[in-house]
Design a binder for this molecule. Sequence first.
Ligand code: DC
Length: 227
Amino acid sequence: MRPDGIIIAIDGPAGVGKSTVGRLVADRVGYSFISTGKMYRALAWKALDLGLDLEDDGALVGLAGSLKWAFPKGPGPEAGVSLDGRVLGLEITDERAGKASSGIARLAGVRLFMRDMQRQAGASGGVVMEGRDIGTNVFPDAELKVYLDASPQARAGRRVEQLRGQGLEADYSQVLDFIIKRDAQDSGRRNNPLKKAEDAHYLDSTSMARELVVDAIVGLFRGVSRP
Ligand code: DC
């Protein structure tokens, strides 16, 4: 057992609700929550801002290493990552940052940097960490692994609702198209592609209410953390 508890790894495709569910699970069990997607998004956003070449792995790793990363806890999905003291919210939520983050996440150096930072952030346990490769690559020894899935149509519908809830414009067919392309890129890449770890629990949330998904994961947690 780690000093602060176990590691709950939640992986799955774009828009499946890993952040929302992960945060709720963390609140229920008194753990901290880390969204690793936000780390890739933050780096991509910063690189876009500086006009860096998004294919230049070395330059991106150099940039990542020059920044001061922090993972503040706070209400709402926006308080997840800060760079050089600036908490990033809506600026990393849009599809531009989503597409760019999926692109830079293909690069081997970027992935190694992120993996090391994520291992450091979660090493003492007591954490829910969500992403694409947490159970397969970052913490293959996580005590509880969940692969959260849902149909692309259900995910697009939820994403539209989420964006509109944030006051942003969203078109269903465009969002569905983004999701299908991002799935292909995240699952088809050579370095740590999105896939279910063999020992992960598979949860298809297509027709499950969010509360039921949270209940299911908390139930699994109780089973694992009770001797
Ligand atoms: O979960 P998200 O949409 O915020 O993630 C943005 C991108 O970051 C995603 O398309 C792929 C990449 N990513 C990754 O490769 N590995 C992770 N553990 C998390 C995200």
